[in-house]
Design a protein around this ligand. Structure first.
Ligand SMILES: [Zn+2]
Length: 379
């Protein structure tokens, strides 16, 4: 068996940019095939799970002695694009104990470490059945993780491999994103009284949403992830400079903290829109649904997977002294919908993700392999 750095280099050399983020992105087919070949070569059972045209999750497993215990180690196969790099992003170039390349940190090092740990646990007959999944599309709409959840395999616990500097993240924010539109009536702007101005309509809506955003930041502070928020992140409307605009749209990015739900967040905005319709009789405003929903990762402090992870991190890497929260999201949002207690844990620094000249520390990748193996042994 090759060492984990060699496997990581192979994975980085296979460009797997999410095609939804760049027309040049090749997607996950080649890397999924490589992972499948690697597992076959090690005599590990696996299956490819088609998710959409040309895009498949790969799921490999080692059966345990207790048929009811199933633990998932998951890492996404796609990466963000690599524009403006000084280095060639797919060379997996090494400099000392660093490896540079798109996906080194986010998240091919987690995937390489999980696969190596799976190969090692196969010789030991673990108690739990250990699954390693490589999923598609984490960087866009998480359709891979959603498909894995919908496939109906139940997991007692799951680990999303993302760069956490080998710390245990037990909670993170979620998000819900959607459009709101106002409908007006076009007219020549020399006779605006014949029209209904959709931009003027949205001008009634924006101050109320800004007020909600301000209020959310002081409403509640979660001890690990901070406060909820609401950002109006895009606006578009109007057709030309001499026409009363018939349509205007704003895009909302609502970040959720544990205990909040996407539905609850949408309903709160719907109530504001209903009040505005009462107040301004000619205002035609509506939410454009469905929204893109990712629930927050509910706090897994106290769960067995969090305890097992913390113990492994402490003894192998000297990390894991406290549990952490994160403002960003991961596939764990979806994986917890299987009923699994989920944590996020992996090599590499979150600050390296999505950067130009992204790199990972190879010592951390080796420690991650040992940590995952210890968790597979002890769960
Ligand atoms: Zn990422």
């Amino acid at each position: 068996m090759s060492n984990v750095s060699d496997l990581l280099a192979k994975l980085v050399q296979i460009e797997s940019i999410n095609p939804n983020l760049s027309p040049k992105g090749s997607g996950e087919a080649a890397i999924a095939a490589y992972v499948a070949k690697f597992c076959e070569g090690e005599g590990i059972e696996l299956k490819l799970q088609p998710v959409s045209e040309g895009r498949s999750n790969v799921l490999a497993w080692v059966s345990g002695t207790d048929p009811d215990k199933r633990v998932l180690f998951e890492s996404h196969l796609d990466t963000v694009p690599a524009e403006g790099w000084q280095r060639y992003p797919f060379a997996a170039e090494r400099a000392g104990r660093r490896m540079y390349g798109r996906g080194t940190c986010d998240t091919k090092s987690s995937l390489a470490a999980m696969l190596h740990a799976l190969v090692a646990i196969k010789k030991e007959k673990p108690r739990a059945t250990i699954f390693v999944a490589g999923t598609v599309d984490e960087e866009y709409q998480k359709i891979g993780a959603r498909a894995l959840v919908q496939s109906g395999i139940g997991f007692e616990a799951a680990v999303a491999g993302e760069p956490t500097s080998l710390e245990v993240v037990v909670a993170h924010k979620g998000s819900v994103r959607w459009w709101i539109e106002t409908i007006g009536r076009a007219a020549h702007s020399s006779k605006p009284e014949l029209g209904l101005n959709a931009i003027a309509g949205i001008a009634h809506v924006i101050p109320e949403l800004v007020r909600l955003g301000d209020e959310l930041r002081t409403r509640y502070e979660h001890s690990l992830v901070g406060s909820p928020s609401l950002t109006i992140s895009l606006i578009q409307g109007g057709s030309d400079i001499c026409t009363v605009p018939a349509r205007c749209e704003i895009f909302l990015d609502r970040r959720l903290v544990p205990q909040e739900t996407p539905t609850g967040a949408i309903e709160e905005v719907e109530k504001i829109l209903a009040d505005l319709r009462e107040k301004h009789r000619d205002l035609q405003v509506r939410s454009v649904l469905p929204a893109v929903e990712d629930p927050p990762l509910e706090d897994a402090t106290g769960s067995r997977i969090a305890e097992v992870a913390a113990e492994a991190c402490r003894s192998i890497a000297g990390t894991g002294a406290t549990f952490h929260g994160a403002p960003w999201g991961t596939d764990a949002s979806q994986l917890q919908l299987t009923g699994a207690k989920c944590i996020v844990l992996g090599p590499g620094a979150a600050a390296q993700a999505h950067t130009i000249d992204e790199y990972v520390d190879l010592d951390e990748v080796e420690k991650a392999t040992e940590i995952y193996l210890r968790m597979m042994q002890n769960y």
